[in-house]
Ligand binder design. Structure first.
Ligand code: CDP
Ligand code: CDP
Length: 256
């Protein structure tokens, strides 16, 4: 494969890749983290990479919605150093914690603000930004930048992981849920963190972001033909984790 040649054999590994895509708040990142912990795999949050580039652009006062800034923002994405460090939880039911380091700075909280979420659309549709992050994501899929160098697999979630990043992933999942259920989950999450936000605004912004993610020309969110759909609208968190873990275990058995 082309990228194996590019990165040489030192980082090339055969890892079992679980790729998860789906719309905002369908449960991707929390499910992916727990699935990774259960399987002893590394978790990679591709959305955090787009969020970090957005933060860097805004700090440089480059408005991502203006196409005249596209190539300057692409240069930032090419030079950005990103590290995703997931620490397994010590209790079985607690979620592992992922910290995101951008150019060695811990930006884990800074990239989750609504300012970043509102500005991310311009970054996500920038082809050169996507190309730069794609290179990093595929390298991570080959074992680069991993905390646990002995891991046998990775779980990566995002919008184009099953279609563009790893179209040949060993397991591909499309996680979805009704928009109202997703908005309610986000609302509850924000309430638990004492953050401001009305349910109606959350629902409106979520639908707008779905639309932007599904209709952009480059790497839109769509279900890969061979992805397994898991609709979490009426599932408990544990049920959806169990479903994906069993699918992975079935495939792992078959592969060995
Ligand atoms: O957690 P949430 O689903 O709200 O978003 P995220 O996974 O952090 O991703 C934030 C945004 O980054 C998405 O709305 C997409 O616009 C973009 N993204 C993307 O274009 N491709 C990916 N593989 C991951 C995220
Ligand atoms: O990554 P994505 O934006 O797709 O979703 P998330 O950040 O994992 O957020 C989903 C939220 O819904 C989390 O607070 C989950 O605990 C919660 N949740 C879920 O994922 N699945 C359920 N069946 C019920 C709640």
């Amino acid at each position: 494969m082309e990228y194996i040649r590019r990165f040489g054999t030192t980082t090339s590994k055969t890892l079992f890749r679980v790729a998860i895509d789906g719309p905002a708040a369908s449960g991707k990142s929390s499910t992916a983290k727990m699935v990774a912990q259960r399987l002893g795999f590394n978790y990679i949050d591709s959305g955090a990479m787009y969020r970090s580039v957005t933060l860097k652009a805004l700090r440089e006062r480059l408005d991502p919605s203006l196409s005249e800034n596209d190539s300057k923002i692409a240069t930032l994405a090419q030079s950005i150093s990103l590290q995703l460090v997931t620490t397994p939880s010590t209790t079985p039911n607690a979620l592992p914690i992922t910290r995101v380091f951008m150019d060695s700075e811990d930006v884990s909280e800074l990239i989750r603000t609504s300012d970043i979420t509102r500005n991310i659309g311009g970054i996500a549709k920038n082809p050169e930004v996507r190309a730069a992050l794609l290179t990093k994501q595929r390298a991570m899929g080959q074992g680069e930048n991993h905390r646990d160098q002995n891991t046998k697999g990775i779980v990566m979630d995002g919008r184009d992981v099953t279609t563009v990043v790893f179209p040949d992933a060993e397991l591909k999942i499309y996680l979805q849920a009704d928009a109202k259920v997703r908005a309610e989950r986000r609302y509850q999450e924000m309430k638990a963190k004492n953050l401001e936000g009305s349910y109606d605004t959350i629902l409106k912004e979520l639908l707008e972001r779905d639309h932007a993610d599904m209709t952009r020309k480059i790497s839109p969110l769509k279900k890969a033909k061979d992805a397994i759909v898991v609709d979490t609208s009426n599932m408990t968190f544990d049920e959806q984790v169990e479903r994906i873990v069993s699918l992975a275990q079935e495939k792992l058995k078959f592969d060995n």
